[in-house]
Design a protein around this ligand. Structure first.
Ligand code: AMP
Length: 218
């Protein structure tokens, strides 16, 4: 992709009392970083941890930095440790209130301790050039859906993706296709979400991603 987002300031809409993230600054030539959303638990299958470690290693081998929630537990810890072990850059962003509960990882390249969950998500998005969700719970879903809906609205051009380990997301993907059939999601916006089962293939698709122009409102 070769593009790097360096700033996502927030545009305030006073009349509606909301803040809208707005991408305004793109630079070329910096190393890519990808934001990984995944469970603070490990799940019941070994394949979830194995896939998290494989992804961490593959990202490091490709010279791609990892941005994630900064925990040392569950799949979050697994991806971070694997990338670090391979010599990769790993940046964590964790709210102060979760530092003890999620056992903030003290061996990272950088650990940002922030004040709120909103600050965490904004910083993770700002530091990253794309997003990958692995198996996880509702925290993982919330993070993925936020960045994907931002892409749908055209707030950022970054790839959003799922690494569908062991069919974990099959039912969600089926439901998303149901929402298209029922007229609540455009096929072109459904297609903004990349789904792959293999870490290397997913990384290749993200590296060659060109954001399509698909306006939400027309
Ligand atoms: P989970 O998938 O529920 O295990 O959570 C994975 C990560 O998402 C953890 O670091 C949680 O702190 C984080 N998380 C939980 N709730 C939210 C939320 N509302 N927004 C953003 N991240 C969250």
């Amino acid at each position: 992709m070769g593009l790097k987002a360096t700033s996502i300031p927030f545009l305030s809409c006073e009349s509606r009392k909301v803040s809208i993230p707005l991408m305004i600054h793109i630079e070329e030539g910096q190393a890519m970083r990808l934001c990984i959303f995944l469970g603070s638990a490990s799940g019941v299958k070994d394949s979830y941890s194995l896939a998290s470690k494989t992804l961490g290693r593959e990202l490091a081998k490709n010279g791609i930095g990892v941005v994630y929630g900064g925990a040392s537990v569950g799949l979050m810890g697994a991806v971070a440790d694997a990338a670090l072990h391979e010599g990769g850059e790993v940046i964590g962003v964790i709210p102060q209130s979760l530092f003890d509960k999620e056992v903030g990882h003290l061996g990272l390249s950088q650990l940002h301790v922030v004040q709120s969950m909103h600050e965490r998500k904004a910083m993770m998005a700002e530091l990253s050039d794309g997003f990958i969700a692995l198996p996880g719970g509702i925290g993982t879903f919330e993070e993925l859906f936020e960045v994907w809906t931002w892409a749908q609205l055209g707030y950022h051009p970054k790839p959003c993706s799922i690494l569908n380990v062991d069919g974990y997301y099959d039912q969600l993907i089926g439901f998303l296709d149901h929402t298209v059939r029922q007229g609540f999601l455009k096929q072109s916006h459904r297609d903004l979400l990349i789904v792959e089962q293999d870490a290397s293939k997913l990384i290749e698709r993200i590296k060659s991603y060109h954001p399509p122009l698909v306006p939400k409102w027309n």
